[in-house]
Ligand binder design. Structure first.
Ligand SMILES: [Zn+2]
Length: 119
């Protein structure tokens, strides 16, 4: 049986329930908002790191290009091998030069090693 007291209690309960729902919604919204800010901060940090990585890669490439190349040069005329930075290597005529990148490549070949090869 519906009484006036029951109706008043029911109304209070409904109002309280909505208040609780509203409080919960506000809490959830605040949490979402802070997550969105965290997400934004992380995105910004990732962007910064990507820019730093780009600069680092550019610097590494610059340094690699600036590194003195020290290939091995064989004098096809004399059969002597030198490091590219050797004083004698610089005097070898271009047509008599044969270039190698590693000692492995000249192993077994009948070549005399200049003293520059022992350092
Ligand atoms: Zn040499």
């Amino acid at each position: 049986m519906i009484t006036m007291t029951n109706l008043i209690t029911f109304e209070k309960n409904v109002i309280n329930s909505f208040k609780k729902v509203k409080t919960d919604i506000v809490k959830i919204w605040e949490r979402l908002d802070s997550k969105t800010k965290e997400h934004e901060d992380i995105k910004n940090r990732v962007n910064e790191l990507e820019q730093m990585q780009t600069v680092l890669v550019q610097n590494i490439n610059f340094l690699r290009d600036a590194m003195p190349k020290n290939r091995i040069i064989a004098n096809k005329d004399s059969g002597t091998v030198h490091r590219e930075n050797c004083f004698f290597a610089k005097k070898i005529n271009e047509k008599n030069r044969e270039y190698f990148n590693t000692l492995e490549e000249i192993r077994g070949l009948d070549l005399k090693k200049c003293t520059c090869m022992s350092t």
